[in-house]
Write a protein that binds this ligand. Sequence first.
Ligand code: C2G
Length: 762
Amino acid sequence: MKVSIIIPYRNEMSMLVDCIDSLREQSVGDFEAVIVCAKSSHDDIDEIKRMQTEFPLHVYSLPEDRDGVAAARNFGIEKAMGEFVLFLDCDDYLTLDAFEHFLGSSEGKDIVYAGRKYTWQGRKGYYNEKRKKLEERGLEEAVSDDDEDFDKDIFLREMPEKSDNDEDWENVFSPIINSNSMITGITSLGILFRRALIMEKGIRFDESYIYNSDLTFITKMMCDTKNVIRIRLTLYIKRHHQDPVNMPALCQIEDSLTRLHEVMRAYMEMKQILAPVGSELTENYLDGKFIKYYVRRIAPYYMRGEKKQIPGVYEQASKCLPLIKEPALKRCMRYSKRLIKYSMEHEASEIAKKVRSHARWQTFKRTFHNWERIKHYFYRKKYATAPIEQNLIMFESFFGRNYSDSPRYIFEYLNKNYPGKYSYVWVHAKGKKLDLPYPARQVKRGSVSYLKELGRARFFVMNVRQPKFFIKREGTTFLETWHGTPLKRLVFDQDEVVFASPLYKKNFWMQAKQWDYLIAPNKFSSDIFRHCFMYDGNMLDTGYPRNDILHLEAKESEALSSQIKAELGIPAGKKVILYAPTWRDDEKLAAGEYAFSMQLDLDRMRERLSDEYVIVLRMHYLIVDAIDFTKYQGFAYNGSVYDDIARLYLISDILITDYSSVFFDYANLRRPMLFFTYDLDKYAGELRGFYFDMKEEIPGPMLFTTDEVIDAIENIPAIEDKYKEKYDAFYEKFCGWETGESSKKVVEEMISASLETVISEK
Ligand code: C2G
């Protein structure tokens, strides 16, 4: 057995699957995997044992009296049979050709060290992104030809014999010195270690460390061998967790006191281990890394309070700082140098003052270089501290791109039923003032006036998330209406967010914590919203205000329909097909802007349907691609310029959609729906994943070509007949709460509860 891969495991099953898959797909290999499960993960052991692999997979549980990564790795070392061991964390993975390179270079070596890369993504996302990057550069390289950072040829470097020549010797310590990271960036991951050397020298991970046992382990290993080879290719992918709220990686856990103490202890021990080796340069690099840690983590910690609140940190730092040697100090930045010297002569509270004034100066420099930051500075310091305007309500729908959705109907309800009681401000997107039926101030999203209003409004009604910098002031009320029943998995229910920012989950969590009320359109959504947003505020189980309009009296509804058709120039005698697809996560053009590739063949539809029908095309608000309508005059109409999709539902006889939440709303009308799901496998599998099996629940056929769509339209009565029962069940489940009174219910609940708050505050 050539290599034993030691994998400590703790409750991260979905990530372990990815990790094991990366081993399954190695092109060469004579290895075994040794998985060591921590106490808290014993429930998963059977599932792990059932994993099918072509290589031997040994699963152990850590004895009751041992815990932590260090213990799991040591236990793995005891069980390992390979000539080498390699430490792999269960949330990380190896590149496809890792073993080919590792084994190809391992002959006669004690340590084979390769490059690591950090990512926020699992393998699927990582390789997708890589493929995309390659495509953008016009390359068609196989994804396994890894690493844009290095030349494609492997660059192997034999380490020199230990000698007095520091210049050479430094390379032996490349894991320690060859990066800009702080001391905490040193790791034992992704390195082949000759097992005989570990056993012979009795080197183990120190189990008294929680976070930083790697530091002394790797230092000891490096000091005990001459035989190191470095592969200048990325073979190890280290993964940050996208859900640091529920499942933070060790490196994502905020610097706690324990970690500060551990790092300082490890630094002192590493210095002791290195002392007999006598490599000044290596020590200097290590000192440099420690200086960075001190300046960025330890000294700022003093700002949290007086000495008594930071037990032992100051004392321990006082022992570490004198160990830093002059050459390392000479090489570091002026502020770092001064801070170290100052720290050796002053108390923690004085150091805290120095750090604070430096931080203020840095913030000032950063802020006043950038107009956006200046605006946000004033928002924080001035607008969000000004008196709150007690009757001011701010509305925003789809980032101000239109006057629509539930905020619109809440606004109209308030104006009709509470005239003169409130004042209003609506947010509009750049270059698009809104056409409002009642008086309201309008502010451009992101402008200074917008920030002023954001600072002083008493109520907020928004259907997407508020900006990240938003400060939720005491005594204000935030009503999040959201914008649809979820079919697509959302936020914390997504295993992996492939296309959004890796901080998506964390940001979402912070934002949802600021919501006082969240509207649910049905019981199904109400339940899901709780876990997908990790939301524990007030849920308004009222149905969507935006769907009130779908429950007007027949006469009123017909009159409104004729008016809307006239606005769009649609001939009264024609039936209307509404095509309203959703957006695709992988068609991103820029932040908040997506492309859409039209798969419905409009020429063909016109040919077969134009005598009886017209089609209104309504793109999702994130789509910026324009369709040329001039070609289809009299048949296809641009519904995307229309503010509110609910009014388009009203005029349409048939809806064609895909995975968009529009079908939950449209069902209120009980009119026929067709599902043009030409990319179902990709969408449901790769892009999002669904909360339920579409085929089972949707009250209409899934269609995959334009001809199938046309055939269905020509046979609508038969389809209505076929799906009648399903439609009834669907209506009951998703539309039952919506009776045309949702705006009223929301306004009454929100306003009365908020008034109570104001009264009790007084
Ligand atoms: N929408 C629209 N036109 C479309 C598609 C959607 O006006 N062609 C509007 C509808 O009001 C719809 C809302 O945007 O309900 C959300 O659109 P989805 O297609 O469902 O996609 P998404 O914005 O990702 O929201 O919980 C719902 C999910 O968040 C989905």
